[in-house]
Design a protein around this ligand. Structure first.
Ligand code: ADP
Length: 271
């Protein structure tokens, strides 16, 4: 890196701390968010939103003030997991987040759409703008930990989230089948290239317990999560089982009342 000219618009450095700060979206005066973690995945359907929800619930049960920013504008799943159907209101030019039954604050595209099944057919820059507004124009209040549920892949939205929000780290969610492909590694490499710390690699739907004998079964095969973690210097790996009761809770909006698989070990490393 050459000598700093303090002119970011003409500087090509990618590892300058000041430049990184220059791209951050400003927080409004009615929000004070202490730590932000993004939850990402290589591809869709691996349980990323479920993991985001479990993390938020586990962190909230520790007595923390928790918020979830659903950055999956075109496929928002967070309100459904928390049973939210109401629309967000606005006051004094800011949007009020929805508050769930246990006090978690949420903002999602589906909290702004009259018809939750209506598609959002926007081009990338418009979507990126909406995500920044979820940060700048929502009255978040005091938040200890915010989880950002990113859409799958390494496109525009994770890029916007990594650049515009002060991300403390990311949690990458994968499944045994996803792990054998190179897709999850793309997400890992994107985080590395953008200097975003990878806090944990979570393999969801890793195994299931036989309902008769309790033996671990591997319907998608046994994966080698640790090899990928070691290769990329990721210290923490977790495996979550397939659980029909979890699915039922997520899909009926009762994630806050689910008492099975816990994300306590994962949130422990965030604190
Ligand atoms: P993504 O956000 O990666 O697209 P979701 O979190 O929406 O994935 O999960 C996709 C579906 O899989 C949902 O119906 C969810 O309830 C279910 N699911 C996710 N993880 C599990 C699990 N460990 N056991 C059972 N069902 C799961």
């Amino acid at each position: 890196m050459g000598e700093c000219t303090h002119n970011c618009s003409t500087c090509s450095s990618s590892d300058c701390k000041d430049r990184k700060n220059d791209l951050l979206a400003p927080m409004n005066s009615e929000s004070n968010i202490k730590k932000v973690y993004a939850v990402v995945s290589g591809k869709g359907g691996v349980g990323k939103s479920m993991v985001t929800s479990l993390l938020a619930v586990a962190e909230s049960r520790l007595g923390k003030k928790v918020a979830v920013l659903d950055a999956d504008i075109t496929g928002p799943s967070i309100p459904k997991a928390f049973g939210i159907t109401e629309l967000a209101t606005t006051s004094d030019n800011l949007i009020n987040p929805i508050v769930t039954s246990t006090g978690i604050k949420l903002m999602s595209m589906n909290c702004l759409l009259e018809d939750a099944t209506g598609p959002v057919i926007w081009r990338g820059p418009v979507i990126a703008g909406a995500i920044k507004q979820f940060w700048t124009d929502v009255r978040w209040g005091d938040v200890d930990t915010m989880f950002v549920d990113c859409p799958p892949g390494t496109g525009d939205v994770p890029l916007t989230v990594f650049q515009s929000f002060p991300i403390a780290g990311i949690v990458i969610v994968t499944t045994p089948q996803d792990l054998v492909s190179m897709i999850v590694e793309k997400a890992v490499k994107m985080a590395e290239m953008m200097n975003v710390p990878i806090i944990a690699l979570v393999e969801n739907m890793s195994y299931m317990l036989c309902p008769d004998c309790g033996k671990k079964l591997y319907p998608f095969g046994e994966s080698d999560l640790e090899t990928l973690a070691k290769k990329h210097n990721i210290k923490n790996t977790f495996r979550l089982p397939i659980d029909a009761i979890l699915r039922q809770h997520v899909d009926t909006g009762l994630i806050e009342f689910y008492k099975g698989i816990k994300a306590d070990d994962i949130v422990k490393i965030l604190n």
